[in-house]
Design a protein around this ligand. Structure first.
Ligand code: GLC
Length: 478
């Protein structure tokens, strides 16, 4: 089975979000399942020299963007047995950032066209093209509209994986002719039209053979108006072809026994060393040293979707009444950044506010924390809770999307479960879930059982990679 996996970012080359974690670990896992999978992505300026130096340049040529012709190059790089291709065009991709430029419609429609036009160059004819998110959504559209005359393309099946429906790639309608070079009839018939603008993801949903999302629950949720981002009707109409496969975690990369960022490495057997991590982190962050005090952590982008308003509403009260330490790290919207700075000012001995992006510190917090707060208002899959559980930090999370699919509510009667969930977007509900966690923490026997449950649950890619493979097989038979 041959699969071309198209993503705009992948760890370790470059990353802005969770997509990069998936694109950097799922292909590796599928490889172990015997799938010949290769990855193709733009050659962004942010990709480090350590990789660039060892890329093999395999092609230079040109591609039409509507009425004009643009340079395209392809570089190749092997990693963990997976071949990565990088689509090169300095003008489009060699910039400070990744997305959010005025010509994004051009940059990513160019990318989608390039991927298809370069198949003869890389000489890889996939059974399945699995594209990810809006950046790669137009591949299914261009394949059906521009390549069906060529029999080498006729049997290629497409699957679009949605990591976050909120980001759809919506642009002014005049990109239709001048940038996409598509007939206006595909706007007028609604295929690409979305409230009088052009929507890349909508096109991807309509033209892909299968659509998948990153958890089963999210695949259900997006068919409702609340989560549907104005595409719920379309998604309902395609529900027979819509699947959800939960993301796994890269177990080589995230392993408390080998993680070089930690003060002390540990595993289930040596979980007392987790306490050492806590103590050393307290010293590092200038908090009072105390092995017993429950440490609650928030490691998150600071945006509304992460449910931060619930924390803003409740955290003062919680800190006044509960003997806990609260440690946060993340950057994002200024209102939240300022609020967390204020919280530190109000509770200097209980709170550590770290408005920054620092992988080492983040890993140290996962290792030190007892409780991991993730009150997201929606969460397609989420990776924080997976890392937290592997590092023995117990999630207190809202029951939505991937959080619902990966965390089992702790049940004090059976002793089963690895987290504490709450259902409504409600600050008091979050607080009660946190209180349940804190009261379990007071009983060391119960708590070590919960920690054991969390650390023993298998969140590696092995099961999900098998599911992807099965889905690709089903798609090929379609
Ligand atoms: C997006 C989603 C997140 C998911 C990630 C990887 O970032 O918001 O929930 O874990 O993609 O699929």
């Amino acid at each position: 089975m041959k699969v071309l996996y198209v993503a705009s970012e992948a760890v370790p080359f470059c990353k802005t979000g969770g997509l990069a974690d998936v694109a950097g670990s799922l292909p590796k896992a599928l490889r172990l399942e015997g799938v010949d999978i290769r990855v193709i992505m733009p050659k962004f300026g942010k990709i480090g020299n350590e990789f660039r130096q060892n890329m093999e340049h395999i092609y230079s040529g040109e591609i039409n963007v509507s009425w004009r012709s643009k340079f395209v190059g392809v570089d190749k790089y092997e990693l963990d047995g997976v071949t990565y291709y990088f689509v090169d065009n300095e003008e489009y991709y060699n910039r400070e950032g990744f997305y959010g430029y005025d010509d994004d419609a051009e940059r990513f429609s160019f990318f989608c066209r390039a991927v298809l036009n370069l198949l003869p160059v890389i000489d890889f004819w996939p059974d399945v093209i699995n594209s990810n998110d809006w950046h790669a959504s137009l591949i299914s559209v261009f394949l059906k509209l521009e390549h069906m005359g060529d029999e080498r393309y006729q049997n290629i099946k497409t699957m679009l994986t949605i990591h976050n429906l909120k980001y759809q790639g919506v642009f002014p309608k005049d990109v239709m002719g001048d940038v996409l070079g598509l007939d206006w009839k595909y706007f007028n018939n609604g295929d690409l039209e979305f409230y009088d603008a052009v929507n890349f993801m909508k096109g991807g949903i309509i033209y892909s053979d299968f659509i998948s999302t990153v958890s089963r629950t999210y695949a259900q949720e997006i068919q409702y108006e609340f989560f549907g981002e104005h595409l719920d009707g379309l998604l309902r109409s395609r529900h027979d072809d819509l699947y959800g496969i939960v993301n796994g975690l890269d177990y080589d990369r995230y392993n408390p026994l080998t993680d070089k960022n930690l003060f002390e490495t540990y595993d289930i057997e040596s979980s007392d060393r987790k306490r050492d991590n806590k103590e050393q982190l307290q010293t590092f962050l200038g908090l009072p040293k105390n092995r017993r005090i429950p440490m609650v952590a928030l490691i998150s982008r600071l945006v509304e979707a992460k449910g931060l308003d619930l924390i803003v509403r409740m955290m003062d009260e919680i800190l006044q009444h509960e003997e806990i330490q609260f440690v946060m790290i993340g950057t994002g919207d200024k209102v939240y950044e300022d609020w967390f700075k204020g919280l530190k000012w109000r509770f200097p001995t209980q709170v550590s506010t770290n408005i920054l992006f620092d992988n080492t510190l983040a890993q140290r917090i996962y290792a030190a924390a007892d409780i991991f707060l993730m009150p997201s208002s929606y969460e397609p899959c989420g990776i924080g809770q997976l890392i937290a559980m592997r590092y023995g930090a117990i999630p207190v999370a809202r029951e939505t999307g991937g959080l619902k699919d990966t965390i089992q509510q702790y049940d004090k009667y059976t002793g089963l479960g690895n987290g504490f969930l709450f259902a409504n977007i409600n600050a008091h509900d979050m607080m009660y879930a946190l209180k349940r966690a804190l009261s379990a923490y007071e009983n060391p026997e119960i708590w070590s059982q919960i920690v054991k449950n969390a650390m023993e649950t298998d969140y590696s890619w092995s099961e999900s990679a098998k599911e992807y493979k099965k889905l690709y097989e089903k798609l090929m038979a379609k």
